[in-house]
Design a protein. Structure first.
Length: 280
């Protein structure tokens, strides 16, 4: 199991920064962020006029406002010039990815990372920003549709303010919740502030994501979900026993967890399964 700190040390040794090394962990953080606030991050790979890349560091997610604005930009570009395509170098950046950049910067390797915001503070972490490789083709349309340009110092960077400005904090909370769920004997405060407690644990986190037991959350289906719903109903938190883990089930789980002194996150992991009396 490669840890984030080991990946950072390897990047410094090879002089090659690659935040795609934490793709597995990043995907878990994105899913958990959307579990905290349903649908706050939307995949935009379905938009017309994009040249998509399979690079592991790319997370094609934005908030709904910027996504719809980008949709308008792309449509207008295609109408003006059929076949016109936008190539995006960066969009949503997870707290794990920002941590890598910040750590390389803080460890003095400014030749690799000249500047990096503290994790939770980059507008890429809010799902409000994109870096456009062929920015000169799209700059006028982006500005016309509510995007702000970073300027000549960072010419590929565009920012759209039609969304929440706290999604970076939600991403930090998502990581903190994930850590606590998979590390019951080493808990930290879930406060959305990426301080020393979070940095230390991020360094110790697996780049491929946490894998210790099955997790049941919104979108899960099957017989185990039925058992969870029946156990909740028996415990005095009635929900339809449908086999579909929906928002009503998550709300009942939170109430049950709160009553039992568990972390009330609405996600059923090993501890909640045990208290519910469910064995896998």
């Amino acid at each position: 199991m490669t840890t984030v700190d080991e990946a950072i040390r390897s990047m410094i040794a090879t002089q090659k920064v690659d935040t795609g090394k934490v793709q597995g962990l990043s995907r878990q953080i994105i899913a958990e962020t959307n579990n905290i606030l349903t649908g706050v991050l939307l995949n935009f790979e379905d938009l017309p006029g994009l040249t998509l890349s399979s690079e592991a560091f790319l997370n094609y997610f934005l908030q709904s406002g910027p996504k719809e604005s980008l949709r308008s930009v792309l449509r207008q570009g295609i109408n003006q010039k059929p076949g016109m395509r936008m190539k995006i170098n960066s969009a949503y950046r997870t707290v794990a990815q920002q941590h890598i950049l910040r750590q390389i910067y803080e460890r003095g390797h400014r030749d690799l990372v000249p500047l990096a915001a503290r994790p939770g503070r980059s507008n890429h972490e809010d799902g409000l920003a994109i870096d456009v490789d062929n920015f000169s083709d799209w700059k006028a349309l982006l500005l016309k549709n509510g995007w702000e340009w970073q300027g000549a110092a960072d010419p590929v960077h565009f920012y759209n303010n039609s969304g929440r400005d706290d999604v970076g904090d939600l991403g930090v909370k998502a990581f903190q919740r994930l850590w606590n769920r998979y590390n019951p004997n080493d808990q930290m405060t879930v406060d959305g502030d990426f301080g020393e407690q979070s940095a230390v644990r991020m360094n110790r986190s697996p780049v491929d994501g946490f894998v210790t037991t099955r997790i049941f959350t919104i979108g899960s289906t099957g017989e185990i979900v039925k058992k969870i719903q029946q156990a909740l109903t028996n415990a005095g938190f009635p929900v339809p026993v449908s086999g579909n883990f929906d928002e009503a089930t998550a709300a009942a789980v939170r109430k049950f967890q709160d009553k039992k002194g568990l972390g009330a996150d609405g996600v059923v992991g090993a501890k909640t399964l045990k208290v519910l009396g469910i064995l896998l």
